[in-house]
Design a protein around this ligand. Structure first.
Ligand code: NAD
Length: 261
């Protein structure tokens, strides 16, 4: 399927690895010019080089910086001649017990996973509306639909973003070709997932391979999702064909969420 987004410009945040990289790769394969960001320049440049090798690749620019800071956002935005597609992403907050979290810890999570995407949306959405085309995809988490007790910082901050976006997506921008959707990962086979599962297993005195196999067995699909699958859905949400999908939260979790709706 031709998604009709060739030559558009996308800013894909936090994209040197994992889900962000999957989204960037899928957009590049559609002929979208991309600006990718991540904190570490080395991994980011390696990813940019790999993206440039994708058949049909247009321009690929890499901007090293922390997207949760004002400077990081200014640098990322400045690298795009215009932004037709914005994929919001950043590292997730750590797990823990809310009794140990003070205001600073909460503010860090809210900054990274709620206010940073809102700042970036603010920077691009009116220009998108003026041009009559815009696609914003927020990478959040399945925890927005089915909260995970130890991920209270993530549950809270990402639900705040989701609630805000639900209103904005249905505002006047909808009539100007701008859509905003959430893409909610369940368990995807990324560096973060592997590191988290292995560390958890070691802490619990379990064999990491056995723990990973057990986690996969707990998912109806009996496997983790891949960054390629995630990227393909992201690219579709950015397509011309997806123009009537807005304010939605698309859960990709291999069937883990137990509800009918
Ligand atoms: P990952 O660790 O594999 O990759 C994260 C990427 O983000 C890396 O490129 C890293 O350099 C970059 N990054 C992190 N913080 C950044 C920052 N402040 N500024 C710029 N770049 C930054 O992680 P992932 O598994 O791809 O997860 C992406 C997001 O999805 C995270 O918020 C995570 O919590 C969430 N999530 C992931 C899963 C999963 O199963 N992988 C499930 C639910 C939610």
């Amino acid at each position: 399927m031709n998604l009709h987004i060739q030559n558009k410009w996308a800013l894909v945040c936090a994209a040197s690895k994992g889900l962000g990289k999957g989204c960037a790769a899928a957009l590049v394969a559609e002929g979208v010019n991309v600006v990718i960001t991540a904190r570490g320049a080395e991994a980011l440049e390696a990813t940019a080089a790999a993206l440039r090798k994708i058949p049909g690749a247009g321009e690929v620019r890499a901007v090293a910086g922390d997207i949760t800071t004002a400077e990081g956002r200014v640098a990322a935005l400045a690298a795009c001649p215009q932004i037709d597609i914005l994929v919001n992403n950043a590292g997730g907050p750590p797990p823990g017990d809310f009794r140990q979290w003070d205001r600073d810890i909460w503010m860090k999570a809210i900054d990274a996973n709620m206010l940073t995407p809102i700042e970036l949306i603010k920077a691009v959405v009116d220009d998108m509306a003026a041009r009559g085309y815009g696609r914003i995809v927020n990478i959040t988490s399945g925890a927005v639909k089915a909260p995970i007790d130890v991920l209270g910082l993530s549950n809270g901050a990402r639900s705040g973003l989701t609630g805000f976006v639900a209103g904005l997506a249905r505002s006047s921008i909808a009539a100007h070709g701008v859509t905003i959707n959430g893409l909610l990962p369940g368990a995807f086979d990324t560096e973060r997932l592997q590191t988290t599962l292995r560390a958890g297993a070691v802490k619990a005195g379990r064999d990491p391979e056995t723990a990973i196999a057990a986690r996969q067995a707990s998912i109806p699909a009996r496997r983790f999702g891949s960054a390629d699958e995630f990227g393909a859905m992201c690219a579709f949400l950015c397509s011309v064909q997806a123009g009537y999908i807005t304010g939605q939260n698309v859960l990709m979790d291999g069937g883990s969420y137990p509800g009918t709706f």
